[in-house]
Design a binder for this molecule. Sequence first.
Ligand code: MD6
Ligand code: FE
Length: 224
Amino acid sequence: MFRPMMPYIWVTMQSLFDPDGGMEALAPGAVLLRGQALAIDAELLAAIDAVVAKAPFRHMVTPGGFEMSVAMTNCGAAGWITDRKSYRYTTDDPESGRPWPAMPPVFRKLADAAAAKAGFPGFVPDACLINRYEPGTRLSPHQDRDEADFGHPIVSVSLGLPATFQFGGPRRADPLKKVALCHGDVVVWGGPARLAHHGVLTLKSGEHPMTGRRRFNLTLRKAL
Ligand code: MD6
Ligand code: FE
């Protein structure tokens, strides 16, 4: 007679005492893994520093002629760029003429583990865009659609100051949901969420013990 209550009690206990086991669904195909990168935060930040020593952050210009407030760089076999010509992936850093720095193994391992947890096993990223936000900067809603095959998910890692992420649907006019992304949070999106519009609201002022007045975001993709 009391059997039917058991699954309900189990789910409640799990969400209370095992927050990592409870993945937050943002939308069908989009999963938020709270704190998934916390245990390796220092390693990730050191790897960002090593990439930036070879390929410094820069403010890219959109085809429409606007300079982006978010500073960007890349690592991996391919890197995402924008200039007056187009949005696209390149194998070389246009600033140096040399290949983008190699993808740090810690990035690849995190991406693979997070994607598998979200139901996308065997994810092998070949590109990582690194975004740097300072207070007052923002990223207007957009779709990520410069990759060759939308069958692969994207893994996104947040470090440093918290941000408000906007998450919509496949049409620009679809309503945007807001979700706070904090240091160590990882979002995986694929399947029906792969072409969802998304953006980051203007970063609020603050100080993070590991990054100071900055937020970093890694987006790991299979681009080529
Ligand atoms: C950011 N993220 O969180 C910006 N794109 O700073 C993105 O633009 C993004 O988080 C594709 C997939 C996941 C993302
Ligand atoms: Fe994006």
